[in-house]
Design a protein around this ligand. Sequence first.
Ligand code: ARG
Length: 460
Amino acid sequence: MSGPKGARGRRFEGALDPVAAALNASVSFDQRLLPHDVAGSIAHAEMLAARGIISAEDLTAITTGLRAVESKLAAGELPWDESLEDVHMNVESRLIDSIGDAGRRLHTGRSRNDQVATDLRLYARAAASRLISLIDDVRRALAKQARAHLDTLMPGYTHLQRAQPVRLAHHLLAWDAMLARDRGRIADAQRRGNVSVLGSGALAATTLPIDREHTARALGFAEVSHNSLDAVGDRDFAIELVAACALAQVHLSRIGEELVLWMSSEFGFAKIGEAYCSGSSLMPQKMNPDLAELVRAKAGRVIGAWVTLVTVVKGLPLAYNKDLQETQEPLYDAVETLDACLTVARGMIETLVFDVPRLRAAIDAGYLLATELADYLVTKGVPFREAHDIAGHLVRVASERGVELAGLGLAVLKEAHPAFEADVADWLDPARAVDRRTVRGGPARSSVLAELDRLDAELL
Ligand code: ARG
């Protein structure tokens, strides 16, 4: 007797309608689960043997057979068969083809429902580890650029209007701060999802004397799930991971947007390496930041994946429903999109070349030191609201005369308030102005250096 064609078995007489079969099959995408499916099956078989449910000989045949099937499917030596529906039936059916009855014993005490939930958890756990290491690579690239530009000054913005001078390193470390939280969110999702659901069966576990702790341990899960209906019926671990991916992608989109701005002739702050730029088919002079734009755009796609996923699960009755198969593609797409975008973001950041004089010159126009004048007066005992008013008045005077604040001269300042003295010149020097902002998390050299040291220790 050969193995069953697909999961339908002898309950059915005829085949599925061809269009229905194509819609029903998931093997075109769930083949990504191959290594996890095989790992899950080996752990399950080892447990069955340890409990005396299958023999030691069957176990040897199953593990050797599974490894051979895995490498042949992965290498394309064995084709994926869509009529077998999914990765699980493809693997099992090839195993039975190759080892016969021992292969028919593998599915003892197990259902595809706890099998696919296990595989997906293993996939999500591995994906999270990879994304975390890619985020750390981006963060290392940021730390390196930040250290190289510790003494590069630039304007900080609010409303995309020049506001106050900061260090370039401080701006780059702001990107790092976002990514550090994204890393934390992915790690949280990974930790909460690291639970073994194997042994939950189709919905109501099994009558056979299986050992759930055994398989959990073998697969590196931190604990065993508490309810079989929930275990096969939810995909919240995937929703959580994709939510974290979406937010990371949103952060990357903001970085992408700033890179696009900085690359424009209007800003002219930085150039991204050629390996990450495109030309125009029409205008020979163009060097376009296509990859920064795509990193910005892909946020829509990953947010979309999260919406798809959470919508599939919403309103589903317990326990397993075939709807849950539809949670797979958005999960893969979100993970693979973020993976590629993190890799490209790292490359763009590593190859950034900054126009330091231009960044510095951008501070000199736009009255970025108006706040310093107000702070100066505060140190002379003037109440802040009054000081703010006087500084505003001086900005108006300067703009009427077409000069910057430093060009006003002490006499004009004294006219606005007698507390102004010659030492105000110090306050109107941008480098000193930034370095006076020594509060924790501020842009002063000492504060940024402390952050860089903390970061280096964290990232090693
Ligand atoms: N391909 C299916 C999925 O991803 C596997 C589980 C099938 N279970 C079933 N009862 N039809 O959900």
